[in-house]
Design a protein around this ligand. Structure first.
Ligand code: PLP
Length: 418
């Protein structure tokens, strides 16, 4: 009866066979074994329509955007600006003026650090981040603090890898000018209650940036409901191309900010005596943008939007449950990151086994996972591990994939023990 119930619970609400056909790479082999791709937190695979759209753009529409009077330039500009609309609607931003194209999450955070933090922060004021952060959401603030004399405060996590709300609450005060927190931890999968954390920061008038690199296709994103001032994400972690990302910025905050890079497109007029800047979001998009990238990203978002997010979440939870169930019966395996609210990321260590050796042995079996510190060295130190092995699943992964990952782990451990 129990088995029947489990089986029933595990029936995916998604048509996985059909979905997987959309991702050509999933049917290739690696090291003569069918690929099992479980490194989605590093980057996601791309559906056919994104690949096709990139090729179509370069074959048929390629031209530089804005200012061109010829047909192709108008066509490229239209597609590029339509992409901005797609992203605006997806994030529920108020206007396309709030959508700045960047190279990715890292560049988006650096933009805010340089254009906002460096200009606004004074000595003695404070920036709050958390132990969960990716280096991209640590180092830009460290630099901003070094240059301004502001202080970096770090909200701690408990042994499960959950941000300790009471400790965060203690850190938030009148000196807090900026709060930068991840939505979902890339190393552990912990899901932060971003709305609640943002609300607390807004009560003291701080500006809030949410690092959405890991959440964009795993959680509902509504920047107005979250109440944040900035939301950053990367296209490549959301089924889109590399080299494109987005900074959502609340209009009033963006308006008040100075440009951070200068050159073409971000200007209105230039003379040797004086330069005036373009309006937002162009003020922050100096130089020729990644036009194909933006178009590819909107195609990815359109593709993903056809799915019911609740079903996606339900499916991914089942994958995580199964992964945890399989992990827990492996001798000497310790799960790292056991937050109550987690996305489909399973991080672990095995006593006496280097995560890289495990990763290599899995690769020989066609299984792609990631090993190392996941660009979260302070978090690894806090949890007293040098690194972890991490299997991260996306909605196109199947229960069978999870089984294959853990079958491969068992086989690898057997080899290492021999
Ligand atoms: N923040 C988080 C939580 C991430 O997982 C990553 C990438 O892994 C980044 C930031 C940086 O993203 P990118 O390298 O695409 O700029």
């Amino acid at each position: 009866m129990k088995e029947k119930l489990n089986k029933k619970e595990r029936t995916s609400p998604l048509d996985l066979r059909k979905i997987r056909e959309d991702f050509p790479i999933l049917s290739r082999s690696v090291n003569k074994k069918p690929l099992v791709y479980a490194d989605n937190a590093a980057t996601t695979q791309k559906p056919k329509n994104v690949i096709h759209r990139l090729s179509e753009y370069y074959s048929d529409e390629n031209a530089n955007v804005h200012r061109g009077v010829h047909t192709l330039s108008e066509c490229a500009t239209e597609a590029f600006e339509e992409s901005r609309q797609v992203i605006q609607r997806f994030l529920n931003a108020r206007s396309t003026r709030e959508i700045v194209f960047t190279r990715g999450t890292t560049e988006a955070i650096n933009l805010v650090a340089q254009s906002y933090a460096l200009k606004q922060l004074k000595a003695g004021e404070e920036i709050i981040i958390s132990t969960l952060e990716h280096h991209s959401n640590i180092v830009p603030w460290q630099i901003a603090c070094q240059k301004t004399g502001a202080k970096l405060r770090v909200a701690p996590v408990n042994d499960s890898g959950e941000l300790i709300f009471e400790e965060y609450e203690k850190l938030v005060n009148k000196k807090t000018k900026l709060v930068a927190l991840t939505h979902i931890s890339n190393a552990l999968g912990t899901v932060n209650p971003v709305q609640k954390l943002t609300k607390m920061a807004k009560e003291v008038g701080a500006v809030v940036l949410i690092d959405g690199a890991q959440s964009i296709i795993h959680a509902k994103i509504d920047v107005q409901a979250i109440g944040c001032d900035f939301y950053a994400f990367s296209g490549h972690k959301a089924l889109g191309p590399t080299g494109i990302g987005v900074l959502y910025g609340r209009e009033e905050v963006l308006e008040a900010m100075e440009p951070w890079q200068s050159g073409g497109d971000m200007i209105k007029t230039v003379s040797f005596e004086e330069t005036t800047y373009n309006e937002i979001p162009y003020k922050f998009e100096a130089g020729t943008p990644n036009i194909a990238g933006a178009i590819g990203l909107s195609e990815a978002i359109n593709y993903f939007s056809q799915f019911d997010l609740e079903k996606v979440e339900q499916h991914e939870h089942c994958l995580l449950d199964k992964a945890i169930e399989r992990a827990l019966v492996i001798p000497n395996l310790q799960l790292i990151g056991t937050a109550k609210k987690k996305s489909s990321i399973c991080s672990f260590v095995v006593k006496g086994v280097h995560p890289n050796d495990l990763g290599t042995l899995l690769d020989q079996q066609g299984v792609a996972i990631r090993s190392g510190h996941h660009c979260a060295m302070p978090l690894m130190s806090r949890l007293k591990v040098p690194g972890t092995a991490r299997a991260s699943f996306a909605f196109y992964n199947s229960q069978e994939d999870v089984d294959k990952v853990f079958d491969a782990i068992e086989k690898a451990l057997f080899i290492l023990a021999a």
